[in-house]
Design a protein around this ligand. Structure first.
Ligand SMILES: Cc1cc2nc3c(=O)[nH]c(=O)nc-3n(C[C@H](O)[C@H](O)[C@H](O)COP(=O)(O)OP(=O)(O)OC[C@H]3O[C@@H](n4cnc5c(N)ncnc54)[C@H](O)[C@@H]3O)c2cc1C
Length: 297
C-alpha cells in the first residue's frame, strides 16, 4: 500500500547499499557523480527535483540535518510544495493518504499537527534520532543507479577548501545511555558529579539549554527543541524541571529516570522512575551502588 524509496546522493556509496537495504525500503535510488562528493545545494536541488517530477511521490521526507535543512526548502520552492520543517512526529491517515506532520510551535508551548490535504507532494524535514532504526529487509529491494549530467558550471557556488572543525566526538543521537544535567546541578563545578555518573555507566553527557547558556556544557550536548533529539535506552534527567522544550527532545527514551528535589516538577509526569531528593546527595549513592554491582558481577 505504501512504497518506500530511499534516495542517496554521493560519489562513493556503492559499498553502503547492501547495509541500507536492511531498513525496510522497496527501492534505493542512488544518484552518483564525482561532483556529489561534497555538498553543493544546486546539485542536490536539481537531482531531487528531477527525481520527484519523474517519480511523483506522495510524500518526501528529508533529515533535518544541516544539509537537509539547506536543500529541502529550495526543493519545495521548485516544486511549489509546502514544507513542514523540523518534525518530531509523523503519522499517515491511510484513508486520505495525508501525512500528519507534528512539530513544536509557539516557542514549543504547543505541538501542532500539520496536514497539506490539497497539494502533493507532502514534504517534511524530520529531526534525526526521532525514530528508531528497525531492521526489516524486504525481499527484492530494487537498486537504481542514476547519473545526472551536471558540471561545475551548474552550481553558483564553488567549494574552495574544506576545513574540518576540531571537536570532541559527541554522538548523542546514537547513545544508548544519556545522563543529562539541568540548572539544578548548580554550577559548572557541580557537573563533575554528573560526569562521574556518566562515566560509571559508560554514558554520554547532555543537558538542558540553560546549562549551555550558563557555559556549564558545550552546545552540541543540548537536548531539546533547539538542541538534539535523542532516543536512548536510558535517560537520567538530573535537576531538570521538564519544560516542554526539553521534553520534546528526550520523550522517546525507553526508560526515563528523573532526580529532582521538587516533587511537583513536571519531569516526573513523563519519568518511568522518579527520585525525589538533592542530586548532590542521590548521585554519589547511586555511583557507589553501581560500582558495587560492577565488582560483584
Ligand atoms: C523557543 C525556545 C526553545 C527552547 N529550547 C530548549 C531546548 O532545546 N532545550 C532545553 O532544555 N530548553 C529549551 N528551552 C528552555 C526551556 O523552556 C526551559 O527554560 C529549560 O529547559 C529549563 O531548564 P532546566 O530544567 O535545566 O532548568 P529549570 O527549569 O530552572 O529547572 C531546574 C530544576 O532543578 C531542580 N533542582 C534544583 N536544585 C536541585 C538539586 N540540588 N537536586 C535536584 N533537583 C534540583 C528544580 O526543582 C527544578 O525542577 C527553550 C525555550 C524556548 C522559549
Amino acid at each position: 500500500f505504501l512504497n518506500l524509496t530511499l534516495v542517496i546522493l554521493g560519489a562513493d556509496f556503492d559499498d553502503k547499499l547492501g547495509e541500507l537495504k536492511q531498513y525496510g525500503m522497496d527501492e534505493i535510488i542512488y544518484v552518483k557523480s564525482p561532483l556529489l562528493k561534497d555538498y553543493y545545494s544546486d546539485f542536490y536541488v536539481k537531482s531531487i527535483t528531477e527525481l520527484v517530477i519523474d517519480n511523483k511521490p506522495e510524500i518526501i521526507l528529508i533529515g533535518a540535518t544541516p544539509t537537509g535543512r539547506d536543500f529541502a526548502p529550495r526543493v519545495a520552492k521548485k516544486l511549489n510544495a509546502g514544507l513542514t520543517a523540523d518534525c518530531t512526529g509523523l503519522d499517515i491517515n491511510l484513508v486520505t493518504r495525508n501525512l500528519l506532520q507534528t512539530r513544536p510551535t509557539f516557542g514549543g508551548n504547543i505541538m501542532a499537527t500539520i496536514i497539506t490535504p490539497s497539494s502533493r507532494p507532502q514534504m517534511a524535514t524530520v529531526r534525526p534520532g526521532i525514530f528508531k532504526r528497525i531492521h526489516r529487509e524486504k525481499p527484492n529491494v530494487q537498486i537504481r543507479k542514476i547519473h545526472f549530467e551536471f558540471t561545475e558550471k551548474d552550481s553558483v557556488s564553488k567549494i574552495v577548501k574544506v576545513i574540518n572543525k576540531e571537536r570532541t566526538h559527541v554522538n548523542l543521537e546514537e547513545a544508548e545511555i544519556i545522563i543529562a544535567g539541568g540548572r539544578g546541578v548548580g554550577s559548572k563545578e557541580g557537573f563533575k558529579i554528573i560526569e562521574a555518573l556518566a562515566e560509571t555507566l559508560g554514558a554520554e553527557l547532555a543537558g538542558s539549554r540553560i546549562t549551555v547558556e550558563l557555559d556549564w556544557l558545550d552546545a552540541d550536548r543540548q537536548v531539546g527543541q533547539t538542541g538534539k533529539t535523542v532516543s536512548p535506552k536510558l535517560y537520567i534527567a538530573c535537576g531538570i524541571s521538564g519544560a516542554i522544550q526539553h521534553v520534546v527532545g528526550m520523550q522517546n527514551a525507553e526508560i526515563i529516570v528523573a532526580i529532582n528535589k521538587d516533587p511537583n516538577a513536571s519531569i516526573f509526569n513523563i519519568a518511568h522512575y522518579g527520585i525525589i531528593g538533592d542530586l548532590h546527595e542521590v548521585i554519589p549513592v547511586l555511583i557507589e551502588e553501581l560500582n558495587k554491582i560492577k565488582t560483584e558481577s
